[in-house]
Design a protein around this ligand. Sequence first.
Ligand SMILES: CC(C)(COP(=O)(O)OP(=O)(O)OC[C@H]1O[C@@H](n2cnc3c(N)ncnc32)[C@H](O)[C@@H]1OP(=O)(O)O)[C@@H](O)C(=O)NCCC(=O)NCCS
Length: 162
Amino acid sequence: MATLRVRPLDDADRAWAEDALRELTAGPRIVSRGRLYDGRELPGLVAEYEGRPVGLLAYNMIDDECEVVFVGAVEQGVGAGVALLDEVVRLADDAGCSRAWLVTTNDNTPAIRFYQRQGWDLVALHRDAVKESRLLKPEIPERGADDIPIRHELEFERRLRS
Ligand SMILES: CC(C)(COP(=O)(O)OP(=O)(O)OC[C@H]1O[C@@H](n2cnc3c(N)ncnc32)[C@H](O)[C@@H]1OP(=O)(O)O)[C@@H](O)C(=O)NCCC(=O)NCCS
């Protein structure tokens, strides 16, 4: 039977994680809510499917909030995204966070669908936020999935019990 497991990212994963970030987003630098992150330097989780890494999540816990800065799967549809989100919610809850949250951009309709299917609630639209993001990360393309102009950030959250 196919096995899927999630474990913490460690130093031996760094090269793979950098390749995954390049494949899945516009390079390892990630902008969220006007803040620039290096996805290679954040704590993370790796999803392994039949022993090989197939999904990556990077997060940032500040005060009582946990931001999922990036989540993506190089092999999609095998359950990596679901397992990674479940695990980060568990970690955030255990750490006493009041919420886990993330942003995605308006063009990314598969992600918008995915987060809502997983019970994440759309709590804000940050209109034209990507204009500011491009000042920090000029390599963000003008158009994204399905040739939709990339303009806005959509914020999703999971309220936690703490
Ligand atoms: C959006 C994204 C993260 C989803 O990750 P994923 O690993 O493909 O998603 P999963 O495989 O976990 O879930 C997809 C579906 O398979 C189902 N599934 C869950 N576990 C499964 C399993 N073991 N086997 C088969 N299917 C499974 C899920 O329930 C889900 O079903 P649904 O479509 O009916 O809701 C992924 O498409 C992706 O990497 N996109 C590109 C990067 C990106 O845009 N990231 C988000 C913005 S930062």
